[in-house]
Design a protein around this ligand. Structure first.
Ligand SMILES: NC(=O)c1ccc[n+]([C@@H]2O[C@H](COP(=O)([O-])OP(=O)(O)OC[C@H]3O[C@@H](n4cnc5c(N)ncnc54)[C@H](O)[C@@H]3O)[C@@H](O)[C@H]2O)c1
Length: 437
């Protein structure tokens, strides 16, 4: 067995060995275990909801727990339910993760970190059996769309095969609740005049990341039907907030402005996204754990939709950088070529989850303020040197992010979205429809 565990005494058990399985054994991996104490200065951020603990739930395994969204849930559940739930954060420690995200929990009796890979059945089963896991939140994934255009095999491998391993292991270990985290991207892009999509809408992903997430859902659905595995699927909007690796637009642009460097938009900056603050996302997952019905799908929808170019404007305001004149704006906002395909917008209808009592509590203004403040203090220290991460289209080499030199201009570039050529999506090959059970 090749894993490391951190338990409630703050100790690291096990050892990083040289088995060369691609996860453990690399010297490079040791950097994840170096503790410079930066996490001690950070506020401990979590959600706000609290429910009556469920009698059948005791040991909750959260995959991807050292990554962005899951670390919010790990902190939330560990700190909100110390006497009811034990939380096991299971993570491979990939390039985008950081143990800083959960170090504040190392002295908690109900928290354990387990280094393992979801594509390794022995490690997954070992974790489930050792900690008598009854409930799984499956977040671990290759999550960055930009990377999925270049290295898409790793997306299929982690997101589809990895999910398959999680499902098979859950079946073997008698897991009583398997909550699978998907994305609004599985629906594909939504035109400006179209209605928000409900959980029974057709899936029509347009990029390899989204396709791998849709394919993973198909595996989840099949385990529900074939083996009666008690599953719930969650499809969330974009999530933002402290602890997000600065490869995604909001933390990346904040870190660039912090360095006094211009922002580089893909294409013309017109695609819009809906953004949900991570604390509200943690509340959504907490609500789904306690109130969600097995066999159902839940969209997690935000009301705050803005274009990428407006993200630039908002961040410039929050950073107190003058940008009102065309000249000023141009000096801060540049352009490079678009993604091969860039969904114009996503729009999910979150009524079903709101009917369980969940609500979006953090406005984009308040969430951005918290986020910008956090990255000003911690963005340069949390993950080590992020210089290459901040380039327009970085790539990956093992655990290292590598910069890519792209032509940058002052003018908007052609859009990779189908918004101007309506019909493209309708003509596309759609995945089989999945309906909310
Ligand atoms: N970020 C968003 O806006 C967003 C929106 C909707 C859905 N999602 C979904 O939420 C989940 C989490 O997204 P995120 O943005 O927090 O991702 P992230 O990239 O910040 O974190 C992913 C985590 O998974 C881990 N991981 C990757 N491969 C693994 C493997 N083989 N075994 C074990 N651990 C592995 C990584 O080390 C990392 O800690 C993903 O499933 C993603 O598809 C994200």
């Amino acid at each position: 067995m090749a894993n490391q565990q951190v338990n409630g005494n703050g100790n690291v058990n096990g050892n990083v060995n040289g088995t060369g399985n691609g996860v453990n054994g690399s010297n490079n991996h040791q950097r994840f275990f170096e503790d410079f104490g930066v996490w001690k200065e950070s506020p401990v951020l979590k959600g706000t909801t609290k429910f009556e603990p469920l009698p059948g739930v005791k040991n909750i395994m959260i995959t991807g727990g050292a990554g962005f969204i899951a670390c919010w849930l790990v902190r939330h559940l560990t700190l909100t339910y110390p006497d009811a739930y034990n939380i096991i954060s299971f993570d491979k420690l990939d390039y985008c993760s950081s143990l800083n995200n959960t170090r504040t929990l190392n002295d908690k009796h109900n928290f354990t970190f387990f280094q393992g890979d979801i594509t390794n059945p022995a490690e997954v089963v070992n974790c489930m059996e050792r900690y008598n896991v009854d409930t799984v939140f499956h977040f671990a994934a290759q999550s960055h769309v930009d990377l999925s255009f270049g290295n898409s095999y790793s997306f299929t491998y982690t997101n589809v095969y990895g999910t398959h391993v999680m499902l098979e292991s859950a079946k073997k270990c008698g897991i009583t609740r398997f909550i699978h985290i998907s994305t609004d991207e599985v629906y594909g892009e939504v035109m400006d005049d179209a209605d928000d999509l409900v959980e029974s809408s057709i899936l029509a992903p347009t990029n390899p990341y989204a396709a791998s997430k849709a394919a993973a859902e198909m595996m989840v659905h099949s385990y529900q039907k074939s083996f009666k595995l008690p599953v719930i699927i969650v499809r969330s909007n974009n999530v933002y907030g402290p602890h997000q690796f600065p490869e995604k637009i909001i933390p990346k642009f904040t870190c660039l402005l912090n360095r006094g460097q211009p922002l580089v938009l893909h294409g013309d900056g017109s695609p819009t996204r809906r953004y949900l603050f991570a604390g509200d996302a943690a509340d959504a997952f907490d609500t789904i754990l306690h109130k969600g019905q097995v066999g159902h799908i839940y969209n997690v929808g935000s009301y705050d939709e803005i274009s990428n170019i407006d993200v630039c404007r908002r961040l410039l305001v929050h950073m107190g950088i003058p940008h009102e004149t065309t000249e000023e704006f141009r000096s801060w906002v540049k352009y490079t070529h678009d993604r091969p395909f860039n969904d114009h917008r996503y729009a999910v209808d979150g009524t079903k989850l709101r009917n369980l009592g969940w609500e979006q509590k953090t406005s984009l203004e308040d969430g951005l303020k918290i986020t910008v403040d956090w990255y000003r203090k911690f963005g340069e220290k949390w993950w080590g040197d992020i210089t290459d991460v901040l380039t327009p289209f970085p790539t990956l080499s093992g655990l290292n992010v590598v910069s890519n030199s792209e032509a940058i201009t002052d003018s908007p570039q052609p859009s990779g979205s189908a918004a101007e050529t309506k019909g493209k999506v309708e003509d596309g090959v759609a995945a089989p429809a999945v309906t909310a059970a």
